[in-house]
Design a protein around this ligand. Structure first.
Ligand code: HEM
Length: 415
């Protein structure tokens, strides 16, 4: 389709600030960019210059383009070209960065292969009873407690956190601390010192956990990964810790927002909520629509150009950072008619909420299953579920990585 993409059509020179107004409502900005400046220059909250890709076709092509690389070393070289003031620079713990999402082939292929068997649809289907048990226990606890709760705290966070910690073999006691570190690390509010400290604490904790699994292997995924690392050809010590880090953080920070953003979308549209209550078999399809409509990932799709490229007719030189705006692509009216409408019956397949191409989310089958169980449980157990505040009182996390609320106050029952 012709979008009138000549360079002259761009609002040349405009730099999009990814600031508090953007976090509050990214969709308004995305709509303007798709129409006027679909491959735009932007600046992250810490001041890093980036390119923003906002149309569906361009986004999908960019995610599938091997000239847009992810390796951590290449990214570090790009950052040297755009030096940030020291107080804005996060010094990432080296051990946390050598994971598959910061790698290109052949490292990416080797790292992903090591764990991909554990994440197939079939392997994940076997986890349904355990996920249902966790969801039921959380719902029981909510039903026995006060009528108003923060749904993120009481349900949306602990569900995926318990699942991924169970799978990997992380002891219960440390889960709260881990959540705080993870939250700090993923915020984009400019407190670089706090992020550096949280990353260091996490690296130290995970290094100790890996040592523990080496000393006393158990029947869990982290022990299996550690066993593979005994063979240096397969996995180095840093890669082992980085793998644990990626799986733990990717495994809970995203799914909490699938549940939170999806519940909010339903509570703001009582007609849709009624439709879903009337037909629970619609839940898997609805989960796909929640992912498309208000997906958990904001701009966590950092890539850098290894050579001069052209995206949507716009030339981008080598050594630049490109962010693919998944949520914008999924609201592109050229791809999804009435894209701004939550339509639980639409076929939302092909959405980019899980990314696309080589790095397509490894945990997608797990996230879908968790989402399905979460919505079935909430709908069945809380027939009067409602927002406990006005929608304009809700606040969104200041993160260019994740799209999620800070709290979701709900009323569980009328009395
Ligand atoms: C990669 C989204 C849940 C593990 C990704 C990417 C996206 C994404 C967009 C690709 C990023 C890019 O290309 O730059 C989501 C969403 C989730 C979710 C929306 C929940 C609704 C999970 C879960 C796990 C997981 C539960 C389980 C451990 C991973 C891993 C990668 C990844 C390991 C890297 C894959 C690679 O580099 O080959 N995810 N994710 N994710 N996700 Fe997820």
């Amino acid at each position: 389709m012709e979008h009138g993409r000549s360079g002259a059509a761009r609002t040349a020179g405009t730099v999009v600030e990814l600031d508090a107004a953007f976090f509050a409502d990214p969709y308004a900005l995305y709509a303007r960019l798709r129409a006027e400046d679909p491959v735009a220059r932007g600046r992250t909250p810490v001041g890093l210059p980036v390119w923003l890709v906002t149309r569906y076709d361009d986004a999908r092509a960019a995610l599938n383009d091997p000239r847009l690389a992810k390796d951590a070393a290449g990214f570090a070289r790009v950052l040297e070209r755009h030096p940030l003031p020291a107080e804005r620079r996060t010094v990432f713990a080296q051990e946390l960065s050598r994971h598959m999402l910061s790698s290109d082939p052949p490292d990416h292929t080797r790292l992903r292969k090591l764990v991909s068997r554990a994440f197939t649809m079939r392997a994940i289907a076997g986890m349904r009873p355990r996920i249902e048990a966790i969801a039921t226990e959380l719902a029981d606890r909510m039903a026995a407690g006060p009528p108003e709760v923060d749904l993120l705290d009481a349900f949306a966070f602990p569900l995926p956190m318990s699942v991924i910690c169970d799978l990997l073999g992380v002891p219960d006691a440390e889960r709260g601390t881990f959540r705080r570190w993870s939250n700090t690390l993923l915020s984009s509010d400019g407190d670089a010192a706090a992020r550096t400290a949280a990353g260091a604490a996490m690296a130290q904790y995970l290094t100790a956990l890996v040592a523990e699994k080496r000393a006393r292997p158990a029947d869990d995924m982290l022990s299996a990964i550690v066993a593979a690392s005994a063979d240096a050809d397969q996995l180095s010590a840093d890669e082992t810790v980085a793998m644990a880090f990626l799986l733990l953080v990717a495994g809970h920070e995203t799914t909490v927002n699938l549940i939170g953003n999806g519940v909010l979308a339903l509570l703001r549209r009582p007609d849709r909520l009624a439709e879903l209550r009337a037909d629970p078999e619609l839940v898997p399809r609805a989960v796909e629509e929640f992912l498309r409509f208000d997906g958990p990932v904001n701009l966590a799709t950092f890539r850098h150009t290894t050579e001069d490229v052209e995206i949507g007719g716009v030339p981008i030189p080598a050594g630049e950072v490109v962010l693919v705006a998944l949520a914008s692509a999924d609201h592109d009216p050229d791809h999804y008619p009435s894209a701004e409408d939550l339509d639980l019956h639409r076929d939302a397949s092909g959405h980019l909420a899980f990314g696309f191409g080589l790095h397509h989310c490894l945990g997608a089958p797990l996230a879908r299953l968790e989402g399905e169980v979460a919505f079935r449980t909430l709908l069945a157990r809380f027939p009067d579920l409602a927002l406990a505040v006005e929608p304009d009182q809700l606040s969104w996390r200041a993160s260019i990585l994740m799209r999620g609320l800070t709290r979701l106050p709900v009323r569980l029952r009328d009395t």
